[in-house]
Design a protein around this ligand. Structure first.
Ligand SMILES: [Zn+2]
Length: 143
C-alpha cells in the first residue's frame, strides 16, 4: 500500500482496534472509516470509493476494498448483505436490524433491544451457540 505524506491525528477507536488486530492505521484506512462515519447510509464499496476519491484522488478501488475488509475484520464496521445487492457497510456497532426499503433502495438501522436478541437466541437448540444474530427486513416505508 502506498504511503501518504499526510499525517492525520490519530483517531482513537480506529487506532486501538487496528492495533488489537495487529494492524496499523494508515491515512487510507482512516479516511475510509471517516467517510463511513460521516454519512451513515450503508454505502457500497463503489460508493465509498467515490466519496474517498474526492479527498484522496490517488486512492484505488482495490485499496478501498482492502480497507473496508480490514475495518470489518477488526469489528469496526459491519458488512451488510441483502439477497441480490452488493455488500454494504455500516459503522453502527449497536445491536440493530436493517430495514431495506425496496422502493428507495435506502437501508435503515432499527435498534434491537437486548431482551429481544436473547429471546431470538432462545429459539435455538441448546447445543447451538450463536455469536451473532442478523435480522433484516425488506419492504417499504410510507415516508
Ligand atoms: Zn446498519
Amino acid at each position: 500500500m502506498a504511503s501518504s505524506p499526510r499525517t492525520a491525528p490519530p483517531s482513537g477507536a480506529l487506532n486501538r482496534r487496528l492495533a488489537d488486530s495487529g494492524l496499523r492505521s494508515t491515512p487510507q484506512r482512516e479516511l475510509i472509516y471517516d467517510v463511513l462515519l460521516r454519512k451513515r447510509d450503508h454505502p457500497t464499496a463503489d460508493e465509498v470509493f467515490v466519496r474517498v476519491k474526492t479527498e484522496m484522488p490517488t486512492i484505488s478501488l482495490a485499496t478501498v476494498y482492502n480497507g473496508l475488509e480490514t475495518l470489518v475484520q477488526c469489528d469496526l464496521v459491519r458488512a451488510v448483505n441483502f439477497e441480490r445487492g452488493p455488500t454494504r457497510y455500516c459503522p453502527n456497532l449497536r445491536p440493530h436490524a436493517h430495514f431495506h426499503d425496496e422502493r428507495s433502495g435506502a437501508t435503515h438501522d432499527i435498534d434491537l433491544p437486548p431482551a429481544l436478541i436473547e429471546h431470538v437466541k432462545a429459539i435455538l437448540p441448546p447445543e447451538y451457540r450463536a455469536e451473532a444474530v442478523e435480522i433484516s427486513f425488506r419492504g417499504s416505508t410510507s415516508r
